[in-house]
Design a binder for this molecule. Structure first.
Ligand SMILES: Nc1nc2c(ncn2[C@@H]2O[C@H](COP(=O)(O)OP(=O)(O)OP(=O)(O)O)[C@@H](O)[C@H]2O)c(=O)[nH]1
Ligand SMILES: [Mg+2]
Length: 337
C-alpha cells in the first residue's frame, strides 16, 4: 500500500557579501594601498535523506526556508564571514521537483544522500585583488552574486513500516487513531474497517513511522472467510507487524488470545510464508476493560511459549508508548540494514 505524501516549499539561499572598496589610511601610510576585503559566501540549502523520518509533515507546517547572506568585506583587509548552510532533513525516498517546470531535480533514494538544492551566492572580491603595477589605487570591487531560489515540490511514496494484524474488533483502528492523525471508522461490530489506511506516527521531532491499519482477519481467511486475506499484500512490504489480541470478546464466541494469535499466524503462513516470518510485536489490548487476573493469565500463556507480550489500552493510551518504542527499535535496525 502506498500513498503520495507531498509538500511544496520555497527555498532561498543567501546572497554573497559584497567585496569592499577601501584604502589604508594611517599616519604612517597616508597613501596606503587598497585594503577592501572580500565578501563572504551566502549559505547554501542542502537536502539530506534521513532514515529517522518517514513523512513530509514538517514541510506542511513550515513552507519557507532561507539562509543569511554572506557578510560584506570590510576595510583593513577584513573578509566577510560566510553564512552557514542550512541542512533540511527529508525522508529516504523523497523525490524533488522544480515546481514551476515539473522537472525532477533529484531522487534521494538512499539514507545519507545529499543534494544542494540552492547554492549560496559567492562573495565578491574586495579591491585588494585589483592592484596592478599600473594601478596602485584600484577602486574596483565585486558585488556578491545572488543566492539561488526556487519553489520545489517534495514527493514521497509512503510505504507502511508497520502492519497491524488481528481479529476484527481487537482495536486496530482505535490504536491507529490514538497514535496518528488517521481517523478510520471505529465500531463494536466486526469488519468495521473495509479498506486499509495509513497513519503517520510521530514519536518525537526526529522520529516518525507509518502504520497500516488493515481489515480484521478470521479463521479461513485464506479460503475467503470474512473479508478474505487479499489485503495482506498491503503489509507485505512492512518491516514489522503489530499483532493485537484482546480478551474482552465484545463480539463472537469465547476465544483465547493465544488461540487467536495462532489462528492468525496460520492464515499468514497460508497466504505467504514470508509474511509469517516477519518480526511481530504482540500486544494485549483493552486492559482498561480487562480483569487484572485475566491479564495475568494471558501473560502467563504467552510467556509459556516464550512470546513477549505487551499490554495496552488503545482507548486510554495506557501502555501505548512502550509499544511504539519497541516498533521503532525494530524499524531502525531494519532500515539501517
Ligand atoms: N475498552 C476498550 N475498548 C476498546 C479499546 N480499543 C478498542 N476498543 C473498542 O473495541 C471496538 C472495536 O474497535 P476497532 O478499533 O474498530 O477494532 P478493529 O480491530 O479496527 O476492528 P475491524 O476494523 O472490524 O477489524 C470499538 O467499540 C472500540 O471502541 C480499548 O483499549 N479499550
Ligand atoms: Mg478497524
Amino acid at each position: 500500500m502506498q500513498f503520495i505524501d507531498e509538500a511544496i516549499i520555497e527555498v532561498k539561499a543567501g546572497d554573497g557579501g559584497d567585496g569592499s572598496n577601501a584604502f589604508r589610511r594611517s599616519s604612517g601610510q597616508p597613501h596606503g594601498g587598497p585594503s577592501g576585503g572580500d565578501g563572504g559566501d551566502g549559505g547554501s540549502i542542502i537536502l539530506v535523506a534521513d532514515p529517522n523520518l518517514s513523512s513530509l509533515l514538517d514541510f506542511k507546517y513550515r513552507r519557507h526556508y532561507k539562509t543569511e547572506r554572506g557578510e560584506h568585506g570590510r576595510n583593513q583587509d577584513q573578509y566577510g564571514a560566510a553564512s552557514p548552510d542550512l541542512v533540511l532533513k527529508v525522508p529516504v525516498g523523497t523525490v524533488v521537483y522544480d515546481d514551476a517546470t515539473n522537472v525532477q531535480l533529484v531522487d534521494l533514494a538512499n539514507a545519507g544522500d545529499t543534494h544542494t538544492i540552492c547554492k549560496g551566492g559567492i562573495g565578491g572580491r574586495g579591491n585588494i585583488h585589483f592592484k596592478t603595477a599600473w594601478n596602485q589605487a584600484p577602486t574596483k570591487f565585486e558585488p556578491g552574486t545572488r543566492g539561488e531560489e526556487r519553489k520545489i515540490r517534495l514527493e514521497l511514496k509512503l510505504l507502511a513500516d508497520v502492519g497491524l494484524l488481528g481479529f476484527p474488533s481487537v482495536g486496530k483502528s482505535t490504536f491507529i487513531s490514538h497514535v496518528s492523525r488517521s481517523r478510520p471508522k471505529i465500531a463494536d461490530y466486526p469488519f468495521t474497517t473495509l479498506v486499509p489506511n495509513l497513519g503517520v506516527v510521530r514519536l518525537s521531532d526526529e522520529r516518525s513511522l507509518v502504520i497500516a491499519d488493515i481489515p480484521g482477519l478470521i479463521e479461513g481467511a485464506a479460503e475467503g472467510a470474512g473479508l478474505g486475506h487479499q489485503f495482506l499484500r498491503h503489509v507485505e512490504r512492512c518491516r514489522v507487524l503489530l499483532h493485537i489480541v484482546e480478551t474482552t470478546f465484545m463480539t463472537g464466541p469465547e476465544r483465547s488470545p493465544l488461540d487467536d494469535f495462532d489462528v492468525i499466524n496460520g492464515e499468514l503462513a497460508k497466504y505467504a510464508p514470508d509474511l509469517a516470518n516477519k518480526p511481530q510485536i504482540v500486544v494485549l489490548n483493552k486492559v482498561d476493560a480487562t480483569e487484572p487476573e485475566r491479564i495475568a493469565e494471558v501473560q502467563q500463556a504467552f510467556a509459556a511459549r516464550n512470546i513477549e507480550l505487551f499490554t495496552m489500552s488503545a482507548a486510554t493510551g495506557e501502555g501505548v508508548a512502550p509499544v511504539l518504542e519497541r516498533l521503532w527499535s525494530h524499524l531502525l535496525a531494519a532500515r539501517a540494514g
